[in-house]
Design a protein around this ligand. Sequence first.
Ligand code: GLN
Length: 372
Amino acid sequence: GTVTLGKLNMDEFAMGSANESSYYGPVKNPWDPTRVPGGSSGGSAAAIAARLIPAATGTDTGGSIRQPAALTNLTGLKPTYGRVSRWGMVAYASSLDQGGPMARTAEDCALLLGAMAGFDPKDSTSVEQPLDDYLAALNQPLAGLRIGLPQEYFGAGLDPKIADAVMQVVEELKKLGATVKDISLPNMQHAIPSYYVIAPAEASSNLSRFDGVRFGYRCENPADLTDLYKRSRAEGFGDEVKRRIMVGTYALSAGYYDAYYLKAQKIRRLIKNDFVGAFEEVDLILGPTTPNLAWKLGEKNADPVSAYLEDIYTITANLAGIPGLSMPAGFIDGLPVGVQLLAPYFQEARLLNVAHQYQQVSDWHLRAPAGF
Ligand code: GLN
C-alpha cells in the first residue's frame, strides 16, 4: 500500500561514495551544503535528512545504505544477502548488491524492512527463510548482549574524534546491560583491494548488456553495429563507470583471472571466515561506519582511490553477506557521526533491536539540520 513519491539521485550504477558521479550532478548534504551526503544512495539520504520524506530504499553493494546514513544522521540497514529480493534492481555487482531501508529511526527501518524482506521466486539468490517480526523484536532488553570491538576498526586512518563518539555509544550500551570484548578480524586489511577487484569484475559483466540495442542509452545515427556498440557505451557511461569496466575487464581477462579475480574470491572467503569465527564469541560487532566525516564536494574527485578508502568499514559485510546497520552516534563540528553494528546471517532483528534500544536513551537521531 505504500505510495512511491519519486526517484532519487544516486551515483551512476551505484558506483561511488559521494553521489558525485551522477548523470544529474551531485547531491548536497543538508547538514552542510558544501559537503557530500555520501553515496551511492546520497539522494535517498539527503531527502530523508531534509525531512522531505520519512523513509527511502537504497541498495548497498559496499556501503551505499550505511555510509550515506552515517554522513546525514540517519539509520540505514543492509540486510543479509538474499533477505530482500533484487528483482527489479539494476545489477551493479550481483554477489554483493542488497536492497534495504533508510529512515530516521530503527523503528521506521523495521517497518520498511518488514514490507521489503522475504522470499521471491523471481530472484534465484533470494533465500526461503521465515521472516522475523522486526517490530516485535525492537523492545527486547539488551541485558547479556555480547558486543565485539574489532581492533582493526579502531586503527590508523580513523578520525580520533569519531573513535571517541563510537566509544560513547559503547558506554551507553553497557549501561543497558551489554558486555564488551576486544576481537580481531585479521583479514580486513585485504578488504578494499579484494572488493575493488570483485565489484568491478561483476560490474563489467553486468554492464555488457548496455549495448545500445536492448537497454539504456543509444547513440544517434550509428554507421554500423560496431559503431552502435562503441558510441552508445562511450557516450552513455560516465568516467567512474568506465574506469570500473576497464578494471573489471582486465581482472577477468585470460592470464589475469587467477592473479586477480580468483585471488580476490579467496580473500573474500577468509573475510567471511573471520566473521563466522568472531560470531562464535560475540552477538554483535560494533565500530565506526566511516573513517572520516562528510568531505567537501569535489575534494576527492581527482583521486578515486582516496574515495575507495572511505569504504573500509562497510565493504566487509557485503563480501561476507552479513547484515549491517548504521545509526546516529553524535556530531563533530556540526557534522553527523555514524556507528555501525554487524550481526550474524539473518539477524536483522537483532540489529534493529540494539539500534532501537540505543535510540530510546539518545536523541541524536531526532536532530534535524538547520533550516529543515
Ligand atoms: N562505494 C562503493 C562503490 O563505489 C559502494 C557502492 C555501493 O554500495 N553501491 O563500489
